[in-house]
Write a new protein. Structure first.
Length: 340
């Protein structure tokens, strides 16, 4: 995968989406809204190299003399935010909750050191290197937002209205959605992780919750009346695609509550859902341990563990799934050999 594999596609009038060519951690969608006088980004790629490529492609679509002068960040996770340094003059807009939530993640250089400094032969080190080693934050400094808000915020990009709504805690503690009425489009951030039969995605991962809030956020997305939905990750959806995502979330929520009532640990509840085949077409099933763990914390009233603990749980489950998958393949091969 090279930078030229990424595409910027026009999805509505003067509205373009940066769509990564494959699924995986950190490969987030971004948006560009263009007018004769100004331009807006919605989210940024994860590192300066990818963000620079998005900027180059954005400039090719801008009228002469127009620059990207505002960036709306849908939440504080780095894969939607850390590329903002390539537009240093732009106004960065986030929710107040996102400003507070940014303290949860390691800053860019610390995460870079963790990815390349953790033992690659350990489950955590191997997982981090495999999924995050393609990004480079060795010299990335966090960019400080300029504008914080609660509730609703209305902007204009030329003659185009931009309606931004802060959400209750859902994917993170500081999510927002961006509704572009003229384009009949909503950028959902990570309250939606998309998948279609033609372009399967990844299992969602939710850090704040509860899942009831994530479902409510998806319903709010539909209530805008929009027809085009750009998720945080995965393919662009129509209204039916968002409803299918809601059904997935409700299945996970129901399973988590049932397992919790039966005293089943979160990691085991996640494994059971995977073994039952939930989202069999989706990658990164190990992320269910995060989402179910988040739901358990709301049921128990316990505090969120630190990010290293969470990612260790993810990496451990991924290692177990790989080992068990290999064992199943080996037993299958033995059976075929005996049959021959």
């Amino acid at each position: 995968m090279t930078i030229r594999d990424w595409t910027v596609s026009e999805i509505s009038k003067d509205l373009h989406a940066w769509l990564p060519p494959r699924r995986g951690w950190g490969l987030a969608n971004c948006g560009l809204l263009v007018s004769p006088r100004t331009a807006l980004w919605i989210d940024t790629p994860y590192d300066p190299v990818l963000a620079g490529a998005f900027l180059d492609r954005s400039r090719a679509l801008l009228p002469e003399g127009v620059s990207v002068d505002r960036v709306v960040v849908t939440h504080g996770n780095g894969d939607h935010y850390w590329g903002a340094g390539v537009v240093p003059e732009a106004e960065i807009i986030v929710t107040r909750g996102a400003r507070d939530q940014m303290c949860f993640e390691p800053p860019p250089q610390q995460l870079h050191a963790m990815v390349f400094g953790t033992d690659p032969d350990s489950p955590l080190g191997g997982y981090l290197r495999r999924h995050f080693g393609v990004f480079d934050w060795a010299t990335t400094e966090p960019v400080q937002p300029h504008t914080y808000f609660n509730g609703e915020l209305e902007l204009s990009v030329g003659d185009y209205p931009v309606q931004i709504s802060a959400l209750p805690p859902a994917h993170t503690a500081g999510d927002l959605i961006v509704h572009l009425p003229a384009q009949r489009t909503v950028f959902t951030g990570d309250v939606v992780f998309a998948s279609t039969p033609e372009q399967p995605g990844d299992h969602p991962v939710h850090w704040a919750g509860p899942l009831g809030n994530v479902v409510s956020a998806c319903e709010q997305v539909l209530e805008t009346g929009a027809e085009i939905f750009v998720p945080g990750h995965g393919p662009v959806l129509d209204r039916a695609g968002v409803r299918a995502h809601i059904a997935y979330l409700e299945r996970v929520r129901e399973a988590a509550h049932t397992a919790h009532a039966a005293g089943v640990p979160a990691h085991e509840a996640a494994r059971r859902l995977i073994d039952e085949g939930l989202g069999r077409e989706l990658e990164l099933p190990e992320r269910l341990v995060v989402t179910i763990g988040t739901e358990y914390r709301h049921l128990d009233g316990t505090q969120r563990p630190n990010i290293v603990e969470v990612m260790t749980q993810v990496a451990t489950l991924a290692h177990q799934l790989t080992a068990d998958g290999g064992a199943v393949e080996e037993r299958s091969a033995e059976g075929r050999s005996a049959g021959e």
